[in-house]
Design a protein around this ligand. Sequence first.
Ligand SMILES: NC(=O)c1ccc[n+]([C@@H]2O[C@H](COP(=O)([O-])OP(=O)(O)OC[C@H]3O[C@@H](n4cnc5c(N)ncnc54)[C@H](OP(=O)(O)O)[C@@H]3O)[C@@H](O)[C@H]2O)c1
Length: 188
Amino acid sequence: MNMNEPPCTVSMVVAMTPEGVIGKDGKLPWGKLLQDLRHFQRLTAGKPVIIGRRTFMSDLGGKPLCGRHTIVLTRRSRQDIQSEEGCIVAYSPGDACAEAKQYALNTGGREVMVAGGAQVYKLFMPMARTLHITFVERHNGVRISGDRYFPFMRHIADPLNWKEELKGRIAEDDGYDLTLKVYHRILP
Ligand SMILES: NC(=O)c1ccc[n+]([C@@H]2O[C@H](COP(=O)([O-])OP(=O)(O)OC[C@H]3O[C@@H](n4cnc5c(N)ncnc54)[C@H](OP(=O)(O)O)[C@@H]3O)[C@@H](O)[C@H]2O)c1
């Protein structure tokens, strides 16, 4: 790597309830939200995306994200993942990060995207500079339950750690309200 090049940054993209729920029974608790999927596509297009094996097998059905360099984190053998073209298997967070950064630099990019699930968010949070968060709520106010949580709710709520930026609000057709926010890490 050329030392004069600006370094790659790590960003996370996640949809969650205000309480931090991100998953239920191996899936998204709200199913497919079209507007949020479009938001995810825009944020990740052309970039390397790191994803946990469980999310890869369930939410992506074992297929790489179209038009994005998909890096699946696992401790299993490559055959278990049945990876297809456009999908790389990494056996440690360090390897996943190195692969993603190399791809970003090779393609003139500067950003590595981390797309969950809960274990993977936890591993990469110390490196993340930016969090793209969609807060998901029901129109009728009924709480959304789940069994996987974004692990840093208190940390991101502290304005000493993160600067919050509101990007917009969207009403989904199927009973959900979305609030798009970006959090920028405050560096020491
Ligand atoms: N709301 C959102 O934005 C969002 C985004 C993504 C996912 N989700 C949800 O999150 C849930 C899945 O999250 P999860 O925490 O159960 O699983 P996950 O983070 O998707 O994947 C966990 C897997 O990653 C691999 N892994 C973890 N640490 C590793 C390490 N140090 N080295 C190598 N591999 C490692 C392991 O794979 P092996 O078992 O193969 O070794 C582990 O089982 C689902 O409900 C999904 O729908 C929500």
